[in-house]
Every structure is written in C-alpha cells, then in structure tokens.
Design a protein around this ligand. Structure first.
Ligand code: NAD
Length: 534
C-alpha cells in the first residue's frame, strides 16, 4: 500500500571526507532544501554558523512579509482539498513519516547536530519523538476527530453531535533548541486535522524544518500544505498577521508579544514558553536512579531544553550523599563535537547563549554561591562549549535563582520535609515541568499532585511526561497557554461545531399552552435532577 511512497533519502548531507573537527554540508544535498524556502522578494540572507566550530554552515535567503503573505495564501488555497481527503488517508501520510524519519535518521541527526551543536544522543531524542508523535496522531488522531454524540437538551427528544472543523492555516513559530520536535509536535496534528501549516523556524535551524517539508512530501503530502518561511521577529510577526491559529514555542517575553498580536486578530494562540523547573529528591529516593536522572534532566542538550531541571531540591536526609554522587557524575560528562555517540554533552548554540549562561553563573558566584562543578567556558573544546555546572548556596537574589538560564547550570537547595519541597518548587512564576523521586510511587504522586506544573514526572526528570504524547503537555502561569499533545492539541487546531437535531418539534409542544408546557418541563427537570442526569 505504501510502496508508491518508499521515498529515498538524499545520500549524505555531510561531506564525509574532511579532517576530524571540520564540517561541511554537501552543496548538492542542501540546495534542494534551501530552494523550498518561500522567498521571492529577497529580504536579505542569514549566515548560519555551526556552533561546534563557529565556522559558516549555510546561507539562508530570508523571506519578506510579502513572501509570508504569499505562503499563507498558497496554503489557504491547498487546504480545502486536503480537508476533503478522508482522515484515514491523511493519517497514512503521518504513518509513513513515522517510519521515514527513523529510516532517514542519519541525515537529520547530522543536521540537528550541525545546526544546533547538540550531542548525537540528544539529537536522537528528537528523531524518536518525531516518529512517536507521527505514529500517535496517525493511529489515535482519527478517533480524536470523529464526530462525538453528547446528551441533548431533552433526553431522547434532542440529539446533539460535536464536529471538529479544521481552523484553516496554522502558523508554527519554533525555537532553535529542539528544531525537529518543536516543528512536528503541532504541525503533524494540524495536518491530520485537515489544516495547512506554515512554519517559521529560528534562522539558526532552518534546514531542519526544510528537511521535514521534504520528507512529508516524499511521504505523500500534497504540495502547498507544509511551507517554510525563513527569518526572525519580522517574519514571525507577519505570520501571526496572516494565519488562523498560531502555535508559538519560545521565550515567555516573545510569547507575550505573540499573544497580544493574536488577541488583536481574534485568532487562537497556543503558547509553549519557558520554565524554571524543580526536581525533588525525597528522603526515601533510590539515589542511584536519582543521580542518573538528574544528570540527564539537567544537562540534556546542554540544558537548552524547556523542561530541563535548573533547581534540585534535596531532602536533608540524603542531600550530602546525593550531592557527592551527582557532582562526580557531572564532572565525568564528556563534552565534544563528534557526529557520533561518543560525547555526552554538546555545545551551547551561540555566542549570545554563552554570554547568558556565563552572566548567570558569574552573578551567582559574585553573590556568594559556590561552584561544585563546572563554571568554566570550555574554549578548548569549541567556541561555545560550557562545562556542566553545579552551584550550591545560591542566594535568592541571584539572577539564576529565579530566571531561566537555559544552559547547563543547576542550583542545589536543601529542605527538611516534603511540604517545604512543594513550597520551594511552587515559588516561581513559571510552572512548566517538575520531577519527584521516591521509592514510594504513591507518596511521590501525592507530592506531584501538589506541584504547580503542567507536567510532573515521578522517578524521571522530563522524558516520561514529555514522551507520553497522548497526555497534555504545557505550562501553568508564565510557562504558557494551551497544551500540546493528545486530544487537547487537536481541539486547539480545530473549530468545534455543534449540530443538534430536535426529534420532537418544540413548537408543537407550545401549542398545548404555556402553563401545560411549563408544568411538564418542570416535572421532567425535577426527574432529571433526581436521576443525576447531566
Ligand atoms: P525566542 O522567543 O527568542 O524565539 C522563538 C521563536 O520566535 C524564533 O523562531 C524567533 O525567531 C521568533 N520570534 C522572535 N521574536 C518574535 C516576534 N516578535 N514575533 C514572532 N516571532 C518572533 O526563544 P528562543 O530563545 O529561540 O527559545 C528558547 C526559549 O524557548 C526558552 O525560554 C525555552 O524555555 C522556550 N521553549 C519552550 C518549550 C515548551 O514546550 N514550553 C519548548 C522549547 C523551548
């Protein structure tokens, strides 16, 4: 059935014949990707560097606001025919993509590493996530979209059904940190729902979004339904001005701007923003597991992960032992720019990100914090590498005590009880992700239920909740609005329509006389109340 779409992958995006530590993309493989950018009005170009070396990687032509408008017009023209394709056929494109991304992983792993500077293991998490999201919505999505019967106004006499219409064109504005995940996360459910999608990736990670466009078409998605515009804030603003729903993933500050603009147009906005996530190690935690979990949760993608842990809250009964083991494991992490699985942690993405991390650490140290590991720029490994850093005794007025660092920096805090841990973790305007470690899972879930965060992981740092793509994921408070994943994202990317059929015409009832009808309705409402019917 799928043989017509067994699309081949471009052979090797990366030139394999260069000396170790130098990288070059194959021009013949990159040109067809770059040619997909919606750009006719030449609004300049962006020279992306690879964070591994700081050397030029690719030059991206930028879209103008007119290009954005044209891309959305094209998407709008393609969308009705796509919405008319039976949902099971739309699902087949996603199911093919779920296999294709696994088959073509060598290419996209290289791209993810060279554009973002991440270690291959963290790039692979993106590949696995992309495949999982595609499979989930291919299999469960048609059920989410099926018309649903609900109780009508008068039982038996009124039948009500809820239908979900595609909103039209969904704009996806994505950050650089997880450029594959943050594009497919909402684009795939949107396509399944019958929407068209226009994506604006971060200028640093445009190629990854273009790779997704290429692969989706190879998997059978008709042209025009998934378009990529290139640029920064201006292009993002032009996209919000043109689409029917915007999905924004990025910083809380930009999220507020996008939300205000969407409000002015009365379009929906799904906002996935920053966090200052806490992990609690309870007195009865399995310390082996907690140490490994913490290393992963604090330093995955060099800490440039929205759900990563930046505050470790330790019960005093285990704090010393945990700290010794955690610091040793942190110091043992291998940093490196290899395009294989030998490095544990990659680079920060840019000079700006390095400056932000350095500022946060230097500020904390100047205010009296102690560095138990790291706190050094590893120029010997590459221009933006920064050693995984553990800070103790961080005072409350340090910037990194409250603001998101978005880097490989975690601070330790001791508490005397579960109650105190809950209070410490909840003391933040953010509420994205949290984690609780205990041998008693029931007790841990009880603590989890008191944490003000959109996802809470028990005996895991972030992956369990983020990877449970049937369940909603998103933030309380300053961490966002709306949710990705599961039924919730399908509902966000569609317009619900209620169709109610009156089987017994109400007008005829009224012919019996107002007081008769009022009496009969009063009696029936009393009966429904007694029967607890909704
Ligand atoms: P950012 O807000 O600077 O940029 C995000 C995207 O918005 C980029 O594509 C950028 O070009 C675009 N943009 C910038 N200004 C815009 C404007 N005025 N209008 C429209 N678009 C605009 O964020 P960043 O530094 O790229 O990403 C890091 C942030 O993203 C962190 O705060 C992180 O926590 C957050 N994040 C959140 C999640 C989540 O699921 N909650 C996931 C990943 C990243």
């Amino acid at each position: 059935m799928d043989s017509g779409h067994a699309a081949s992958h471009t052979p090797g995006l990366v030139d394999p014949d260069l000396p170790a530590g130098t990288y070059r993309l194959e021009p013949d493989a990159v040109a067809p990707l770059v040619a997909r950018i919606a750009t006719a009005h030449a609004a300049g170009e962006h020279r992306a560097l690879t964070p591994f070396t700081g050397a030029p990687l690719v030059t991206i032509p930028l879209s103008s606001p007119d290009d954005v408008a044209a891309a959305v017009t094209g998407a709008r023209a393609a969308q009705p025919a796509w919405a008319g394709v039976p949902v099971r056929e739309r699902a087949r494109v996603l199911l093919r993509f779920a296999g294709d991304v696994l088959d073509g992983q060598a290419d996209v792993l290289d791209l993810l590493q060279l554009e973002g500077g991440k270690a291959r293991a963290h790039a692979f998490e993106e590949v696995a996530y992309a495949s999982q999201v595609a499979r989930h919505f291919a299999v469960a999505g048609p059920r989410y979209l099926a018309p649903r019967a609900v109780g009508g106004m008068i039982p038996l006499a009124t039948a009500a059904q809820v239908h979900l219409w595609p909103v039209g064109v969904v704009g996806v504005i994505a950050p650089w940190n997880y450029p594959l995940s943050m594009v497919v996360s909402e684009a795939l459910p949107a396509l399944l729902a019958g929407d068209a999608v226009v994506v604006k990736p971060d200028p640093q990670t445009t190629l990854t979004a273009l790779w997704v466009a290429q692969r989706l078409e190879a998997c059978g998605l008709p042209p025009g339904l998934f378009q990529v515009v290139a640029g920064g804030a201006t292009v993002g603003g032009a996209l919000v001005d043109a689409v029917d729903h915007v999905v924004f993933t990025g910083s809380t500050a930009t999220g507020r701007t996008v939300a205000a603009q969407a409000a002015g147009r009365l379009i929906g906005a799904t906002l996935e923003l920053g966090g200052k996530n806490g992990m609690y190690v309870a007195a009865d935690a399995n310390l082996d597991a907690a140490v490994h979990g913490a290393v992963r949760a604090c330093f995955a993608n060099a800490g440039q992960l929205c759900v990563s842990v930046e505050r470790l809250v330790l019960h005093e009964a285990v704090a010393d032992e945990f700290t010794d083991r955690f610091v040793a494991a942190t110091r043992a992490l291998r940093l490196g720019p290899q395009l294989d699985y030998t490095a544990d942690v990659g680079s920060l993405v840019s000079a700006d990100q390095l400056a932000r991390v350095t500022d946060h650490v230097d500020d904390a140290l100047a205010r009296g914090a102690r560095a138990l590991a790291g706190a050094v720029h590893r120029l010997d490994v590459g221009p933006y590498f920064y050693a995984p850093t553990v800070l103790d005794q961080v005072p409350d007025d340090a910037v990194c005590a409250r603001e998101e660092t978005f880097g490989p920096v975690v601070s330790l805090r001791r508490v005397a009880s579960d109650d105190e841990a809950v209070a410490v973790i909840n003391d933040s305007p953010y509420g994205l992700n949290a984690s609780v470690w205990s041998r008693d899972a029931r007790r841990a879930r009880a603590v989890a239920g008191r944490l003000r965060a959109g996802t809470v992981n028990v005996n895991d740092g972030y992956m369990a909740a983020f990877g449970s793509v049937a369940a909603p994921m998103g933030g309380f408070g300053a961490s966002g609005l709306g949710r990705r994943h599961g039924r919730q994202i399908i509902e966000a990317l569609t317009e619900p329509q209620t169709i109610a059929t009156q089987r017994v015409p109400l007008d005829r009832l009224y012919a019996l006389g107002g007081d008769t009808v009022a009496g009969a309705l009063t009696a029936s409402m009393r009966a429904l109340r007694a029967l607890r019917r909704p």
